[in-house]
Design a protein. Structure first.
Length: 345
């Protein structure tokens, strides 16, 4: 089946998701459905060559702006591009949705329309991060869906992240680390101490606590944290990479000798750029809903969204949701006990 693309969301003009969809069709042979104002979308498509059998347009008369309240958008804009796209998953007409639009609206709509996987309280957003092993990135979640968390939520994130690592990288028993300010058991605040205890009781291959400086050393396959910490961690990592690129460029351009040396080091520098560039994956999946929803940066370029469309297809092909459901089901009694304990206190 096809991948639906929200053509109207995001900080960029309509030209960006339309070009990305055409690239995904031409480069990967995927089936794509563009969701948006049909006359505008078709006018933009008129400048491209592509197999018409692989790309179609579904009309949506409304747009959720980036500044709008997700709750209000969910109630008042039932024909928005993101709502129409997610409705297509529910109807079984597409396998996945890719959106660079309002993240909160995408999350709220997905949870309302598709519902959560049994045993999952809060869906989480996951992303792949580079490590010192060139062939082995790690999964970081949650990166912004849930700023205030309970221990059972973090356990659920860990189970979903483990399933994601299995689906995308073939890791059958992913090593799961809990992001903390120290490695020793007993470190951290009450949330992390209680989460540590839950993870020890689960079926996870639990590594224990891991510090931020050790995340990139290939010691774990999944790093778990709440959305507040995860979002900061992701943005600090992206900012650090931008700093490294800027400093290297400044130093290379500072003298003819540096420019000459760069010619011999160009390949390693390109490898660094490729391994640390989030656009190569394209987007981050919203894990824990009954469907594949990939969320992109609001200012994503066509190349980024193209790769996100391919990523969505890979998640569908690997039956990611089936793996998540299985992992959660194996720990359902532990999850329910934690939920009951939380409710009684």
């Amino acid at each position: 089946m096809a991948i639906a693309v929200d053509a109207m969301g995001g900080d960029t003009p309509l030209t960006i998701p339309v070009e990305a969809a055409v690239k995904a069709v031409n480069d990967f042979g995927l089936q794509v459905v563009l969701i948006g104002d049909e006359p505008q979308v078709r006018e933009e498509l008129g400048q491209y060559q592509y197999p018409s059998s692989k790309l179609r347009v579904v009309h949506a008369s409304e747009v959720v702006e980036m500044h709008e309240s997700p709750a209000l958008a969910l109630r008042q804009k039932k024909n928005s591009s993101i709502r129409v796209a997610i409705d297509l998953i529910k109807a079984g007409e597409v396998e996945a949705v890719v959106s660079a639009g309002n993240t909160g609206a995408a999350m709220a709509t997905a949870k309302f329309v598709l519902k959560s996987v049994k045993g999952v309280d809060r869906p989480g957003i996951a992303t792949l991060m580079p490590s010192i092993n060139r062939d082995h990135p790690f999964v970081l979640l949650d990166i912004g869906a849930n700023t205030d968390c309970k221990p059972v939520y973090l356990l659920q994130f860990a189970l979903m992240g483990s399933a994601y690592a299995q689906a995308l990288m073939g890791i059958q028993d992913a090593r799961v680390g809990l992001l903390n300010n120290g490695e020793e058991e007993g470190k951290g605040n009450n949330l992390l101490k209680e989460t540590y205890s839950l993870m020890k009781q689960s079926t996870l291959n639990f590594y224990g606590n891991i510090e931020g400086k050790a995340m990139f050393k290939n010691e774990v396959d999944v790093v778990v944290c709440d959305g507040f910490v995860g979002n900061i961690t992701l943005k600090v990592a992206e900012g650090t990479f931008d700093l490294i690129k800027t400093v290297l460029k400044q130093e290379i351009e500072s003298s003819w000798l540096s420019k000459l040396a760069y010619l011999g080091m160009r390949r390693p520098f390109e490898a660094l750029r490729t391994r640390a560039d989030y656009t190569e994956v394209g987007g981050a999946p919203l894990l824990g809903v009954n469907g594949i929803v990939i969320i992109c940066h609001g200012n994503s370029a066509p190349h980024t969204i193209r790769n996100a469309i391919r990523h969505a297809q890979n998640c569908a092909d690997m039956r990611l949701n089936d793996l998540i459901g299985k992992r959660v089901a194996e720990n359902l009694s532990l999850i329910e006990s934690a939920q009951q304990l939380e409710a009684s206190t």
